[in-house]
Design a protein around this ligand. Structure first.
Ligand code: PMP
Length: 351
């Protein structure tokens, strides 16, 4: 059809499955196994439905202010959006506006190339080394911007703040986005670098460490200048991205620091225990500082284990992609869920 010639064609990102049936052990999308902070439920019950008649605050001020207090920054250094996917997508559109390629690792969050294709942004992959580490030298070539997750996804590998700074030092002329979706599980954030690098944008999310994937809240922290540019694009797109409950409940979650730290430590503790148990079953994995492990078995293929787990009602994530086809990304759930996973894996590898 002739009209189809001008359709913007894209190959969409495929999110992890959200199974409809009950009783599935869901370790495939890095959700938090614990509920949000108790204050979130209290606040939810108090929401006056009459207020939903009005448009929400387009600046999501209540949430930006609470995040600013938490991180010791100004609200004007914070940009919030509908999950970090929304925030990163707007950041691609705002900052990656050059003929030179945007750089990101070859094994990384598989949404980056989708946004680049959607917005017609050229990009170039920088291969991780054999241990899935970033080589900062790769980021010395000409480019139109840089993005990488730290810890990386789906590998879980954390790079040091020094490595991030090395990349920043070499790239004063472009925006460098560090996607810290998983930073709260034992990583060191590069937020302290903000005072020295006006071109650094740090993105985080409520979906993992704050147990609120269903609420869709993400945020970016950067210099006031970067945040202004992000807002200009956002307000040219959709002023009211954050609904009122998301703003109120997100702010409530940030207020409960103790609960946040406690649930993150529980997940880290479970992760460290699972590492030992998986090794006993002949799995190997890069050391993870995220709420998931990226594990491969010595002899059995990733696909085979993925299918066998699925038949037992345990969902993990598997990609049929070069370099990683033998790996499974396993979210850290509760101790009980991980017990069931390990029981199933020991049966599968014993066959
Ligand atoms: N960045 C990375 C590296 C992720 O793994 C995810 C989760 N899929 C996101 C960003 C987006 O998370 P959300 O939109 O739920 O904040």
């Amino acid at each position: 059809m002739s009209w189809e010639k001008s359709v913007r064609r894209v190959v969409p990102y495929v999110p992890g499955e959200q199974p409809k049936q009950k009783g599935i052990i869901k370790l495939n999308t890095n959700e938090n196994p614990y509920p949000p902070a108790p204050g979130v439920e209290r606040r939810l019950k108090e929401i006056d439905c009459g207020t939903l008649r009005l448009y929400p605050d387009p600046d999501a001020g209540v949430l930006a202010k609470e995040l600013a207090v938490y991180y010791g920054l100004k609200p004007s250094q914070i940009f919030v959006g509908v999950g970090s996917d929304d925030v990163i997508s707007i950041a691609f559109l705002t900052f990656f506006n050059s003929d030179k390629p945007v750089l990101f690792p070859d094994v990384t969050y598989s949404f980056y190339d989708v946004w680049a294709d959607l917005y017609r942004i050229p990009y170039k992959l920088c291969p991780l080394d054999a241990d899935f580490r970033i080589n900062p030298e790769d980021y010395r070539q000409e480019n139109g911007g840089i993005i990488f997750p730290n810890p990386n996804a789906p590998t879980g590998v954390l790079e040091s703040v020094d490595t991030v700074e090395e990349i920043l030092k070499a790239n004063p002329k472009v925006v460098v986005i560090v996607d810290e979706a998983y930073i709260d599980f034992g990583g060191e954030s590069c937020l302290p670098l903000l005072s020295r690098y006006e071109n650094l944008l740090v993105v985080q999310t409520f979906s993992k460490s704050r147990s609120m994937a269903g609420m869709r809240i993400g945020f970016a922290i950067g210099s006031e200048k970067l945040i202004r540019y992000l807002n200009d694009v956002k307000f040219s797109f959709n002023s009211y991205t954050m609904n009122l409950p998301a703003q109120l409940l997100g702010a409530e979650a940030v207020r409960d620091k103790d609960y946040f730290l406690k649930t993150c430590s529980k997940i880290m503790e479970t992760r460290e225990w699972v590492k030992g148990e998986l090794q006993k079953l002949d799995f190997h994995f890069p050391d993870s500082k995220a709420n998931f492990l990226f594990a491969a078995h010595k002899t059995i293929s990733g696909k085979e284990i993925f299918t066998a787990l699925r038949e037992r009602g345990i969902y993990v994530r598997h990609w049929d992609k070069p370099r990683i086809e033998n790996y499974l990304r396993i979210t850290i759930g509760t101790r009980e869920e991980m017990d069931k996973l390990l029981e199933a894996l020991s049966e599968i590898v014993a066959k």
